[in-house]
Ligand binder design. Structure first.
Ligand code: URA
Length: 441
């Protein structure tokens, strides 16, 4: 394998063979394909794309670059969900225990906040004692006992992706659908589930703002996962405004717990339930959506979903009392109201801007080694379509310091576009892709 030849083939728009892609990743891990050469290759991919066959080969090679878990010793269907991320996206916290209470085994590897989007691991860090840096042995023990585990990808998983992702971040090559597909799937396929539901977000707070780009990513994820022998389906869901009312870390844990009790906020509940139905069907536990919904409703009514959350928190070293006593979560020292800048209707929300304001507040990181402020966040009560009056309180911002709160609250108020007519939010659950066709969800 001569690195120069593979790079120039891709630069010229040629198609690499699966063997060539396999050799490239092997050589990269062995130090025979340098970071400079990989950066050039990634740029060539960013510009010329990859065919589905190349994307599948890259995904395979990246998955095989680290350990691949075998969960065969755990009985029951193993299904996971992956979200492409957004602001206020606390779905995993609600979904994982809920679906586990219905008999699905959920080995869920999650990430930290990325760019303007929040991360499940950061939210879980708000639960006192909760441990996400688990070894494979410990994760499997928790899965066998409780049926659900939420953890960080172990250092052994998808070694090539770790280095490639850092290079992409530094060379402006993150925004490539085949590279995003291979990066996400390399980690997901390594965790050993039988099937995956992808929650692909579209709208102002998503990485794929436009519907067509989000659809292309969804198709790529589902088809490549299926070509790797996994069951897979994708839902396109709205991220034109934060999901729920809370965006932050501890405040999102509180909202997620509430959702398993009172089925509110409505958007969070509906997105989570739609994904849960897909997971129950992929798991082979139900064929009928109506029956799957009945089962899910029962797990909320009889308290078993909430019990599963308590059991999972306990098994991962956390304090399960937070479920019933949310004041045990880290509390902010200061807060400030958010006010409407004019009278009218909230027509649009610049959700990405809100996400960056939250990073400024300390909810996320500016540098990879920054500490996050677990107490910081916002509650945004007025969302798209709501009528507001100039000066009216539309929510609150908390955490950080008083001076920071002022800057961030101005930024968040400016993210709300207020106009004279009522506008509708984007369709919450837009559509569903099963590998062959798109249907209304
Ligand atoms: N998340 C990942 O894991 N990889 C990407 O490339 C983008 C989002």
């Amino acid at each position: 394998m001569i690195p120069y030849r593979l790079i120039s083939k891709k630069r010229g728009g040629g198609e690499l063979t699966p063997a060539e892609i396999g050799q490239l990743i092997t050589a990269y891990l062995a130090g025979d394909f340098t970071d400079e050469q990989m950066a050039a290759f990634l740029m060539a991919v960013c510009i010329n794309g990859l065919t589905p066959k190349e994307t599948a080969a890259l995904t395979r090679a990246m998955t095989a670059s680290g350990e691949v878990w075998d969960l065969a010793s755990i009985s029951g269907p193993k299904i996971d969900k992956h979200s492409t991320g957004g602001v206020g996206d606390k779905v995993s916290l609600v979904l994982a225990p809920w679906i586990a209470a219905c008999g699905v085994v959920v080995p869920m590897m999650s990430g930290r906040g990325l760019g303007h989007t929040g991360g499940t691991l950061d939210k879980l860090a708000a639960i006192p004692g909760f441990e996400t840096a688990l070894t494979k042995q410990k994760a499997i023990r928790v899965l066998k006992k409780i049926g659900v585990v939420l953890l960080a990808a172990t250092p052994g998983i998808a070694q090539a992706d770790r280095r490639m992702y850092a290079l992409r971040d530094a060379t402006g090559t993150v925004e490539s659908i085949p590279l995003i597909t291979a990066s996400i799937l390399a980690k997901k396929l390594a965790e050993g589930a039988n099937g995956y539901v992808f929650d692909v977000k579209y709208g102002s707070g998503a990485f794929m703002v436009d519907l067509p780009a989000a659809k292309t990513l969804a198709e790529s994820l589902v088809k490549i996962a299926q070509s790797a022998g996994k069951k897979a389906v994708a839902l396109l869901t709205a991220m034109d405004q934060p999901t729920g009312f809370a965006a932050g870390n501890a405040c999102e844990v509180v909202e997620a717990i509430g959702c398993l009790q009172i089925r509110r906020p409505d958007d969070l509940y509906r997105i989570t339930r739609a994904l849960a139905v897909e997971m129950l069907i992929l798991a082979g536990l139900f064929r009928s959506r109506v029956r799957a919904i009945d089962r899910l409703e029962k797990a909320i009514d009889d308290g078993s979903a909430l019990d599963k959350l308590r059991a999972m928190i306990k098994a991962q070293g956390g304090d399960p009392r937070v479920v019933d006593e949310p004041l045990r979560l880290p509390q902010p020292k200061c807060s400030q109201p958010l006010r409407a800048s004019k009278t009218g209707y909230v027509q649009k929300i610049d959700t990405c801007r809100i996400g960056w304001a939250l990073v400024e507040l300390g909810v996320g990181r500016k540098k990879s080694d920054d500490e996050v402020d677990l107490t910081a966040g916002i509650i945004l009560e007025k969302k798209i379509g709501a009528r507001v009056i100039k000066g009216e309180i539309v929510g609150s911002v908390f955490g950080g310091t008083k001076s920071k709160l002022k800057v961030v609250s101005d930024e968040i108020s400016a993210s709300l576009v207020i106009g004279p007519t009522r506008k509708k939010p984007a369709k919450l659950i837009h559509s569903r892709f099963d590998g062959r066709r798109w249907t209304e969800a």
